[in-house]
Design a protein around this ligand. Structure first.
Ligand SMILES: [Zn+2]
Length: 115
C-alpha cells in the first residue's frame, strides 16, 4: 500500500512538473504593467504581442514568487548533486587517511594506574 501510494505521488509530481514546464516554455508573451514590460508564459488565447488577457498586480507577484520558488528548488538540487559528486569523494578520502593514520599509530597514552 505504501509503495503504491509513493508511486502515485511520484507520478502526480512528474505530471505537475511536466505541466508547469510546458506552460512556462510553450506560451511566452508580454504584458505592459505600470510602464514595465513583463514577459512570462502560461497557456492563453491570442498572439504573443496582444495576448488578449491581463493580470492584476497580485497575479504578477504570485507568478514572480512561484518562479523564484522553482528556481531556488532547482538550484538547491543542482548544488546538492555537485556537492555529492565533487566534495564528498575528496572529504571521504581525507577521512579515510585520518582513520588509517590513527589506527596504525601507537598510542602515547600511559596505562591506567591500579592501586
Ligand atoms: Zn499573461
Amino acid at each position: 500500500m505504501r509503495v503504491l501510494r509513493s508511486k502515485i505521488v511520484s507520478l502526480l509530481a512528474i505530471l505537475l512538473f511536466a505541466g508547469y514546464y510546458a506552460g512556462s516554455t510553450l506560451f511566452p508573451h508580454a504584458h505592459i504593467y505600470g510602464g514595465i514590460k513583463i514577459i512570462h508564459s502560461h497557456p492563453y488565447s491570442g498572439n504573443s504581442s496582444t495576448p488578449g488577457h491581463s493580470h492584476s498586480s497580485a497575479e504578477f507577484q504570485l507568478i514572480k514568487i512561484f518562479n523564484s520558488l522553482v528556481l531556488a528548488t532547482f538550484l538547491s538540487i543542482a548544488l546538492e548533486r555537485i556537492y555529492r559528486s565533487i566534495v564528498t569523494p575528496v572529504t571521504s578520502r581525507i577521512v579515510t587517511k585520518i582513520n588509517n593514520y590513527h589506527n596504525n599509530c601507537l598510542s602515547l597514552r600511559a596505562p591506567p594506574i591500579v592501586f
